[in-house]
Design a protein. Structure first.
Length: 476
């Protein structure tokens, strides 16, 4: 591969990364027309074909669309959030390079990976890819040696081409966050965060409070929402999925009951109706939980128009990068089971890599105190508990209240929780469905889906599937 090709492709990646970040931070709001090609060529110092290549990728990712003879626009229904932003997988960087494909696209995150390259010169962490478009089949994404995945990514559970680290290299990670499965090496986790505009709290007459559980947290948020509503302020928003208010323990219990053929709908309702009510009632009352419009809601918060925003680490990083003109504070969010819910971010090594030992060395480096402290500074929760002291967001007894990470034991559990339960919770919140009807659909659709999936499994897959259900039931 010649240097001219690398440079041209690298410029396209830079354009994609920059425009994605500008959409996220509000420099290019929803509905905005992008500058003409000539201006983009001049701004990025690349030829028109490099610009067109970047624009084509951003269109495929659903961020941009074209109007013939008018221009290119940012889509109005942006589905970009702090948890699953769209990314582009860059060029093959050569056989001598340990290639890391990362989902990080914010300036602070990219600077972090560049600093890793300085310590580990064999690493190139400039490959950025769209995990939501990853089918789990060999192809473009197989060109990386290591992949950064979150346990809220469907592809993390679908892919079958990862190295079994637990079998061959578990001894390399004796301390810190344990591996959730055979291949994912935890490097940090992403909790839900409440970011608050302290100036606005004073203006609406609400004092900052330090909550110790889910009930106190929601009472605090309701005081803020009620005061904001009385003042005629826009209501705050979120980039967090509704199931993150449920808690890992309750999610595992719901799935285990749906999976258990002896369980009845009445049993499900008796046990989980109160949980679902507590997770949805506040947000249904104030209609503030709209992840699909997270970007404009986050822009409102950064502009000082709303008192708080519930988001993820990426939102926290964006807030620090934008440097809002008001004092702000961040604290971790409880789930209904009174634990801090979190998504685990892992490194998974491609089974076909020619550099497995080098990949393990890199994972160990990232789990070391220097880089664990750097993760904490960015707002991510380190995998090493010894570095929790550096964590900037406020928490109440972190060692006691931190839940096991949100990790699903199978693609089927992921689908039931994310594609069925999460959707029905949102329908309750948006007033599209009564809770009883939503509970019925969660239970019946979940059970029908699992029966359909089991019919298509081999005997070996069925046994793994049943074993995961037995483990869930035992854990609950």
């Amino acid at each position: 591969m010649n240097s001219e090709y690398k440079n041209r492709n690298g410029k396209s990646v830079q354009i994609i990364t920059d425009i994605t970040a500008r959409i996220r931070t509000g420099d290019f709001p929803a509905g905005t027309r992008l500058p003409p090609e000539k201006e983009l060529v001049r701004e990025y110092g690349v030829n028109v074909y490099g610009v067109r290549k970047a624009i084509a990728v951003l269109k495929e990712q659903g961020l941009l669309y074209s109007v013939p003879k008018v221009g290119v626009f940012v889509v109005r229904d942006i589905r970009l959030s702090g948890e699953n932003p769209p990314f582009y997988f860059g060029p093959d960087l050569g056989k001598q390079t340990l290639r890391l494909a990362t989902q990080s696209n914010l300036e602070t995150q990219l600077k972090f990976w560049k600093s890793v390259e300085k310590v580990h010169p064999g690493v190139s962490a400039v490959s950025i890819w769209d995990s939501s478009a990853d089918s789990g089949c060999p192809g473009e994404t197989a060109r990386a040696d290591i992949f950064e995945y979150g346990t809220f990514d469907a592809a993390y559970y679908r892919r079958k081409d990862f190295l079994n680290v637990r079998k061959h290299f578990a001894w390399a990670f004796p301390a810190g966050e344990p591996m959730p499965d055979e291949h994912g090496i935890p490097i940090y986790s992403v909790p839900g965060l409440l970011m608050v505009n302290l100036d606005m709290l004073k203006k609406i007459g609400v004092s900052q409070e330090h909550y110790r559980n889910y009930e106190e947290q929601n009472a605090y948020l309701e005081r803020i929402l009620s005061a904001a509503e009385r003042k005629g302020l826009p209501l705050p928003g979120t980039s967090l999925g509704a199931i993150k208010s449920i808690g890992r323990r309750h999610l595992a219990g719901m799935y285990a009951m749906i999976l258990d053929p002896a369980a009845k709908l009445e049993d499900f309702r008796k046990r989980f109706s109160p949980v679902i009510h507590r997770a949805t009632a506040l947000w249904r009352r104030y209609r503030t939980s709209y992840p699909n419009i997270a970007v404009p809601a986050f822009q409102d918060f950064l502009a000082g128009r709303t008192p708080f925003f519930r988001g993820s680490v990426a939102d926290f990083i964006s807030m620090k990068e934008r440097k809002p003109e008001f004092p702000c504070a961040a604290s971790m969010l409880f789930a209904d089971d009174d634990t801090y819910n979190r998504i685990l971010m892992t490194l998974s090594i491609h089974a076909g890599t020619e550099h497995p030992v080098e990949a393990i060395y890199l994972a160990r480096l990232l789990r070391g105190p220097e880089f664990q402290g750097r993760f904490a500074e960015m707002g991510a929760l380190p995998a090493d508990p010894l570095c929790w002291k550096d964590y900037p967001a406020e928490s109440s007894d972190l060692a006691k209240n931190l839940a096991a990470p949100l990790v699903f034991r199978s693609p089927e559990e992921f689908y039931v929780c994310v594609n069925i339960l999460n959707v029905e919770l949102m329908r309750i919140i948006l007033g599209q469905k009564e809770q009883a009807a939503a509970e019925y659909d969660v239970f019946m659709f979940g059970r029908s889906y699992l029966a359909f999936r089991e019919e298509r499994m081999t005997e070996e897959e069925k046994e793994r599937f049943r074993e995961s259900g037995r483990r869930d039931a035992a854990a609950v």
